[in-house]
Design a protein around this ligand. Sequence first.
Ligand code: MSP
Length: 507
Amino acid sequence: MGYYVTTPIYYVNAEPHLGHAYTTIAADVLARHMRQRGEDVFFLTGTDEHGEPVALAAERLGTTPRELADRNAVRFKDLARRINATNDFFIRTLDEPHVAAVQEVLSRVERAGHVYEGVYEGWYCPRCADFKTEGELLDGSRCPIHRIELEREREENYFFRLSAFQEPLERLYAERPDFVLPPHRRNEALAFIRQGLRDVSLTRSRLTWGVPVPWDERHVFYVWFDALLNYYTALTYARPGEDLTERFWPADVHVMAKDILKFHAVIWPALLMAAGLAVPEHLFVHGYLLMDEHKMSKSLGNVIDPFQVMDVYGTDALRYYLMREVNFGQDGSVSPEGFETRYTTELANEYGNLASRTLAMIARYRGAVVPAAAPPPALADDFDGVAERVCAHFDAVEVTAALDEVWRLVRRLNQYAQDEAPWQLAKQDGAEERLDVVLLGLAEGLRVASVLLHPFMPESVERLLGALGDEDRSLARARFGAGGGGRRVGELTPLFPRVAPTGAAAA
Ligand code: MSP
């Protein structure tokens, strides 16, 4: 079985910001790591193009939903490319095969008796595309997220019998304690389920911007059903003539932020059960990127433009910063200052300089050939088992912990260089062998750390491994001592050059 990882599909009602980049980068790091392990990977991202959020935004902008979707889908595709996402497909919910597959699956759900006609009466936030309970509202019947005043809606809808899945869902959570990660999100989802589930609207009759309901053309499907199914439908048409569901369904992990936990942790598995499809192995629910304590979001306007940051600092620096700064699974603040600090102290100094110094010393003292020596035991001990530890973190989708594990070794190598002072050894008579060992140790350590860093900073690592004369970046190579001496090293221009602070990290 392959390894299938997804991001949410992003609404095309506005342009992408750093928050979207964050999720896609994390999912890409995971996909790249799994490929390094030799897994057969499918990585999906895309855009959510139906529903009220998009229809209303188009109206505000004086354009059509389709035009707005076409325009912003391109921006999201550009973002995926710029951050070096290795997604195997980019789904758009306007794709005709997606629409047809949604109709097919939901008709099956209807025929199986999980759908009935009724009247929805209650609160609805058009910006969330979400039905709100009385208890969720702020004073003055306002949306807890958008803070706009909501109106009571009364609409004839078809309903999905979510309530019938209360027990199956509780059983799923009991049998698979790691269905939702991290654990505190699982508890949140389970608490929601235990409160008692109410049936949910499956269709809308007021709205026309959506997938038509085949058995009643006066309705379109409620956007969340259309959207959630993307994870499945994509596999049916991403490779024409091939049904990828056999290789990749169910998904190994759906990655998302906590804003859409309820849809994924409750409605999605229930819908899959209703359709007779297998439920995903895991959901991984990460926290929010915050700016000055507030969630970065288009409605608050406190967004950073990822394109601008990458123009100045490059893609790898952004990937590294986001994965390192905001512990994956928790909320965390980002800021231009924080970014510049990590860029200089960690990327330029700790990693970039280590790489340049190591290569320069091998060139200067050993004619640009890594000396053939036995690997230093002091370093070997530190590197022992590191690949296994990194894999264990990735298995639990602990992306930041995996990075921290490797970064400890980068720091260890700097310490080693400092302690052994090869530039002194080079001046001492009789220290030739010692110098061989130290240089080999540094080259080996750098190589192993870099192989493990490859999913995070692919371009920089590619260049560095090239200069180290060993381009094999499969995980099997991430063993200290597997590299050996005798390789010719090349030159390396600075991986993370000094950048004049331009404030470009700010929007
Ligand atoms: N279209 C729905 C998702 C459907 S999935 C079947 C949607 N779209 S969205 O454009 O609002 O994207 C929400 C997702 O964007 C979050 O779950 C998260 O992955 C990402 N983020 C948006 N802002 C973010 C932060 N400030 N911080 C972290 N993630 C952010 O919801």
